[in-house]
Design a protein around this ligand. Structure first.
Ligand code: GLA
Length: 705
């Protein structure tokens, strides 16, 4: 801090706040800027005030409210029984280091203290913003809205994320031309259709061009993101937790803390953004814990057997999976007492005595004897009406007692904010993990919260915190157990759940054509090692589309790879291809999961290309998703490769066989190795063979000097 400014630095960037007039505002976030230049920027920051507006102009600061002259969506909405609703907290203290700041503001009259925390990660420049509101008054303070922060935006083109079950992270472009774009997620989970993420950037920004700001609210409950064009022409963004009416009431002395809004800026498009976010997630969100634990190739039983669990079949599948190179076997839904379909038994976490007369031990022993770790599916937040748990405790569900509520997949949500409920679920899971060498839980959550009342009061916030607390308690008791976050596929994918999990189940849709697109948007925010990606059956059970093994495997290869199909039905040729691709995944795993993922651009819109690159080498995939518009593919430019180095390039997959789709194969497509300068690969590009629809070209690059 220097005088009237706070200047944070990190990742080659500066974030500068003006704190001169008692109200902190952002005056610079971009390239690293010295103190003197920052002072000049601050001096130039105030905008002209036209007639017809308040004398101070539109008061857009870090927590703007009407009480200080802001006419847009306020960052703070409060109320008291005596009618108090205005809040104008003013700075009382500023504590800052070069990388973080804590700004304390107070409004004595309204009886509140607001603490804003801001941090800029020294390595990546990813910013973290949160606010904390304390009731310093003598009566109950109702909080209707508290944004983690309000930020001014430089641009008005947004990339937003829509979606549904089996089609998560669907990109939607929008210009915020007027008014507010408000995305509310009321489902009580991160959601398929309204995850609290956005990218805002220069019109036309793409993977490699344009200044962009990426925003990610780390919260797994209900949420709200606001992008608003103010009447003075500027844009603001806010994000925070969405409360039910009257949900957040603070007693005197109580405080509420928002989820953290993570944000990153980059001048080089979405790949630039990911180059900041991925290392940040690895180091800070995951705490570096995956670095020393290679992601085991996983087999999941769901699409192989669904609810039809039969010990001999499962043992056979395990043996065949191990032979393919699988390292972890996950027993999905259907293993617990009475669970023959999705109408029953959630809440009763004991092995079904009919399917598993000797419990899970024989299967677990078999799996482990094959050299694989064992994982188990659970859905701890839920219970079916038909369950021993709810028969004994019908009042343990979230709901308004006496009021019927719609079922979701035949189930109710357990009220985990009640200590006795959380305790009972913890005890069951703890017993399972203590009795068996279970290395992994696939933690599912398959129902929106529609009646989230606990003891007569709204409780989405309390439930979300209680879910975190339950997972945290279980992890503390069983620190070696990994967790996969699943919610009907990718319905709970966010940085806060990722703090307490090692993998995200990206989508129930394993169709590689869908996945190629999904992986592109998912990987804007998430590094590939947490992106669960499975090889499924040739005819996809969800889309009905058929695809070849090379395409399926080459798609799963770029995430945390797995297999989810009845592998006994695969042909010898399919099995051989799959085993080869699993071996390829393992040989490039450190690069795929620790290097840089670049979403390569190509003029052909139907061609999706990815590159995982580190200083020693790269793996490149080009996949033809639609019939190409042009007769011969343009070369693929490898942006992000060290241009000063030379690279030995090899086309890995012999299919599609050149003679099938081409009269003449391009250079490098004959399987021979070639030494190519990085500059040539980056600027002239990698020659591509003609690919049929569903065709894949995989290249390995090795750095040579
Ligand atoms: C959810 C998950 C699937 C599978 C089923 C089991 O839909 O997303 O992967 O685990 O539940 O019921």
């Amino acid at each position: 801090m220097s005088g009237a400014q706070v200047r944070l630095t990190g990742g080659g960037q500066s974030l500068v706040l003006d704190v001169a007039n008692g109200v902190p505002s952002l005056i610079w976030w971009g390239e690293d800027i010295g103190e003197a230049d920052a002072r000049v920027a601050a001096a130039l920051a105030p905008r002209a005030v036209p007639h017809g507006m308040l004398d101070g102009g539109e008061a857009l600061d870090l927590s703007p409210t009407a009480a200080r002259g802001f006419t847009g969506f306020p960052a703070l909405e409060i109320r008291r029984g005596d009618g108090t609703f205005l809040a104008d907290p003013r700075l009382v203290t500023v504590e800052a280091t070069p990388h973080d700041a804590r700004l304390t503001l107070e409004d004595v009259r309204a009886g509140l203290r607001l603490v804003l925390t801001l941090a800029l990660d020294p390595a990546t420049g990813v910013a973290a913003f949160a606010s904390r509101l304390e009731n310093t008054g003598a009566t109950v303070l109702g909080v209707d809205w508290l944004a983690a922060i309000a930020l001014p935006l430089d641009h008005d083109e947004a990339l937003l994320f829509d979606g549904r079950w089996a089609a998560e992270m669907t990109p939607v472009r929008a210009r915020i031309a007027t008014g507010a774009w408000i995305k509310d997620n009321r489902t009580g989970r991160t959601s398929h259709h309204a995850p609290p993420f956005a990218v805002v950037g220069q019109p036309g920004f793409d993977e490699d061009h344009g200044e962009v700001m990426g925003l990610h609210l780390a919260w797994s409950g209900s949420s709200r993101v606001i992008l608003e064009r103010l009447r003075d022409g500027r844009l603001q963004v806010q994000a925070g937790e969405l409360f039910l009416p009257g949900e957040m009431n603070l007693e005197p002395g109580e405080a509420y803390e928002t989820p953290t809004l993570y944000a990153a800026r980059d001048a080089a498009g979405l790949n630039g953004l990911s180059a900041r976010l991925h290392p940040f997630v690895r180091q800070t969100i995951l705490g570096g814990r995956l670095a020393a634990r290679p992601r085991p190739v996983t087999f999941n039983t769901w699409e192989a057997v669904y609810f039809r669990h039969d010990l001999e079949t499962l043992k056979d599948l395990a043996a065949q999976a191990a032979a393919l190179g699988v390292e972890r076997f996950v027993l999905d839904d259907g293993w617990f007492v009475g669970r023959d379909d999705d109408t029953t038994s959630l809440g009763d976490w004991r092995a079904d005595p009919l399917k598993y007369p000797q419990g899970l031990t024989p299967l677990i022993d078999h799996v482990r004897s094959l050299g694989m770790a064992f994982g188990l599916w659970v859905e701890p937040e839920m219970a079916n009406r038909r369950s021993a748990l709810l028969e004994a405790h019908p009042d343990w569900v979230l709901g308004d007692e006496g009021r019927a509520q719609p079922l979701g997949r035949g189930q109710y949500v357990l009220d985990l904010s009640r200590p006795e409920v959380a305790e009972a679920i913890f005890a069951q899971l703890d017993a399972l993990l203590s009795a068996h060498p279970i290395a992994y839980l696939k933690w599912d959550m398959n129902r929106d919260l529609t009646h989230p009342a606990s003891r007569g009061r709204p409780a989405v916030h309390a439930q979300t915190r209680a879910v975190y607390a339950l997972i945290d308690r279980l992890r503390a008791a069983h620190p070696a157990v990994e967790i996969e976050s699943c919610a009907s596929g990718g319905g709970r994918a966010d940085y806060e759940i990722l703090r307490r999990s090692e993998r995200i189940w990206t989508s129930d849709n394993n169709d590689p054509t869908v996945r190629q697109k999904l992986h592109r948007t998912f990987s804007i925010f998430f590094p590939p090692e947490v992106m669960g990606a499975h090889v499924a059956a040739a005819t996809n059970p969800i889309t009905g589309a058929r695809s070849g093994m090379t395409l399926r495997a080459a798609t799963a290869l770029f995430g945390h790879m797995g297999v989810e199909a009845d592998v006994r039905t695969f042909s010898e040729a399919e099995r051989a291809t799959l085993a080869r691709m699993i071996a390829l995944h393992k040989s490039h795993r450190a690069r795929l999961h620790g290097g840089r993922l670049v979403r390569l651009s190509h003029p052909e819109p139907g061609l999706a290309a990815l590159m995982a690159v580190d200083p020693e080498g790269a793996l490149v995939s080009a996949v033809q998703l639609d019939l190409p518009r042009t007769a011969s593919p343009a070369p693929l430019r490898l942006a992000g490769l060290d241009e000063a180095a030379s690279w030995r390039v090899r086309l890995l997959n012999p299919s599609p066989r050149p003679e099938a789709s081409m009269k003449r194969a391009p250079a490098l497509a004959d399987g021979a190795e070639s030494l190519v300068p990085g500059r040539v690969l980056a600027q002239a590009g990698l020659p591509l063979p003609v690919l049929t629809v569903g065709g894949v070209a995989l290249f390995a690059l090795e750095r040579v000097g």
